[in-house]
Structure formats: structure tokens, C-alpha cells
Design a protein around this ligand. Sequence first.
Ligand code: ZN
Length: 138
Amino acid sequence: MKSYKKELYFNTPTRRAFINITKEVEKCVKESGIKEGLCLVNAMHITASVFINDDESGLHKDFENWLEKLAPEKPYSQYHHNTFENNADAHLKRTIMGREVVIAITDGKLDFGPWEQIFYGEFDGKRNKRVLVKIIGE
Ligand code: ZN
């Protein structure tokens, strides 16, 4: 069995962002040389997500509005976690949007359903963050 690991780096200029990382992950699959296997992509931070959905700007605004309703950023005082850092909303948003995705690799390619794309979801940006890509198979 072969295994491959790579880290992707982010530092978003805004507090929240959704970034399509499908091309970067496809590059990893190619580099790995693995034809049949599994590809794990996970955020290495508890205020960021990796998820799969449609690359459609209206939907991304809907996610933003929905997450703000569930866990509004402000007022900061509404959260017990906000003592020396005001990022409780980012922890909650990350939990809803998920930590990782696993995609099958078939015939050397990510085996997606229709319209599936991989996104990095940032909820507490303007700092250095990482995503792990781990691929196993043969
Ligand atoms: Zn925190």
C-alpha cells in the first residue's frame, strides 16, 4: 500500500471565507500516483472546516446567512468561550460544517457525485491555517 501526505496553507484576509480547493486536491492525487484508494482532506484547526458541496455563489451566501443565524458572531458577550478570544461562533460554525471529507479514488481520479466540489471553510481567518491531505491506496 502506498501513502501520501501534503499540507495546504491558508491565511484569508477576511474572518470568514469559502475557498474551492478541488484543484489542489486533484493535484495531490496526481502527485501520489495512487490509482485506487481513499483521499482524506481535513482542517487542522477547530475554527475551520472542510466540506463538499456545490460551487455556486448564491448557495455560499445562503451558508453564510444560515450560519450567522445559528451562531451569530456578535455580540461577543453572548458566549461563555469568549474570554481572551472572541471566536466562539467560529468553533460552532466549524462543528456544523464538519472537520473533514473522504473521497474515493477510482482510476486515478477523485470519484465525485454530480457537482461535488471540495471547500475550505474559514470561520476565524486573518491567521495561518493548514489543511491535511492524506491519500492511501495503490
Ligand atoms: Zn477559541
